[in-house]
Write a protein that binds this ligand. Structure first.
Ligand code: AP5
Length: 214
């Protein structure tokens, strides 16, 4: 089943998507990762997206939708998990159109629910491997050796620029204004499911897995 996973910044979308990919061999499309890769590779797309991301604003729809369309064109028949897209009503409509053109649809839109008071600590404590993208947290998932990635062994863990408190506040505002209304959108479409995102990562994954497979 194809799924959309959405929720506030820091809700655990990327962490849970990585587990779905590992355990269920799904194809992961993360628009945040696609933008960060484009910035790392200094592509035109990356240069266009960077200023918006640095401020914690959404990248304009025409840039984002075009980028996702390109991925769909080369995705093949694997079941997918869309993480971080759609992020507003216009993107949700664009997604429906795109999927119809490819003879696909969204089976479930999973909302990962985490209370606001937990999000700031999750985001400010996150560290990411610049080399392979593995995600850590200084308290809940520290690497075995400080600054060194357990997955690829590189000493290249860093804090995302948009994980500073001032930018996080803006990201949360953008989420409230643009993305939270997708709850109603997917409820009306009969595809909405809510998963409690609080608890250990493995516990949350068991809940998510039941939702996706059950
Ligand atoms: P994006 O990268 O998508 O950021 P986000 O939605 O803000 O989500 P995050 O990546 O911050 O959090 P997450 O929910 O994946 O949490 P994670 O699993 O890492 O987007 C970045 C920017 O790109 C946007 O601001 C925007 O500018 C742009 N953009 C992206 N998509 C766009 C779109 N469609 N349209 C327009 N612009 C777009 O977990 C967070 C931390 O918590 C980690 O350290 C993790 O280890 C820890 N953690 C996870 N689960 C648990 C748990 N159960 N218990 C304790 N800690 C946990």
């Amino acid at each position: 089943m194809n799924i959309v996973i959405f929720g506030a910044p820091g809700a655990g979308k990327g962490t849970q998507s990585a587990l779905l990919v590992e355990k269920l061999n799904m194809f992961h499309i993360s628009t945040g990762d696609l933008f960060r890769n484009a910035i790392k590779n200094k592509t035109d797309l990356g240069m266009k997206a960077k200023a918006y991301m640095d401020r914690g604003d959404l990248v304009p729809d025409e840039i984002t939708v075009g980028m996702v369309e390109e991925v769909f064109d080369r995705m093949g028949d694997r079941e997918f998990i869309l993480d971080g897209f759609p992020r507003n009503a216009a993107q949700a409509l664009a997604l429906e159109k795109m999927l119809a053109e490819h003879g696909k649809d969204v089976g479930r839109a999973v909302f990962l629910k985490v209370p606001r008071e937990l999000l700031m600590a999750r985001l400010t404590g996150r560290r990411v491997c610049r080399n392979c993208g593995a995600v850590y947290h200084i308290d809940s998932k520290p690497p075995k050796h400080m600054g060194v990635c357990d997955e690829c062994g590189k000493k290249d863990l860093y804090q995302r620029d948009d994980d500073k408190e001032a930018v996080i506040a803006n990201r949360l505002e953008a989420y409230d204004k643009s993305t939270a209304p997708l709850v109603d959108y997917y409820r009306r479409a009969g595809k909405y499911v809510e998963v409690d995102g609080v608890g250990e990562t493995g516990e949350v994954f068991q809940r998510l897995r039941l939702t996706v497979q059950g």
